[in-house]
Design a protein around this ligand. Sequence first.
Ligand code: SF4
Length: 122
Amino acid sequence: MCIQGYRGYGYSKDFTKNMGKIVYTLKKDPSTQVKIIAKTDILCSCCPHNIDDKSCEHQYKVDHLDKKVLDLFQIEKNKVYYYRDLLDIIRKKITYESFKNICSICQWFNYGYCKEGLIAIR
Ligand code: SF4
């Protein structure tokens, strides 16, 4: 979900460089395969809040968001999906209410970028 509203902002220069590369790859080639994991992942690898590649300084919040996303989209942990299939799942299941329910505790929620990005893929 976070990829849809990404505008190049983030937690540090390294984070945005890494995130930008991943977003570019996925958007350029939607047949890219993505493994769903509910712990620190490739997006977290350059984040200043990442603790030794094992957890996040805000892990309680991340766990809460991950669980809600997995439940809503009914996607499985440790399973590999094509990015385009994940987009289809988001398109079919996301509503403003479910987006708000999942994301309202996120610091990026009030900027509106994610809302716009998620509307754009519908
Ligand atoms: S509001 Fe936060 S958690 Fe939700 S999609 Fe945006 S960046 Fe991701």
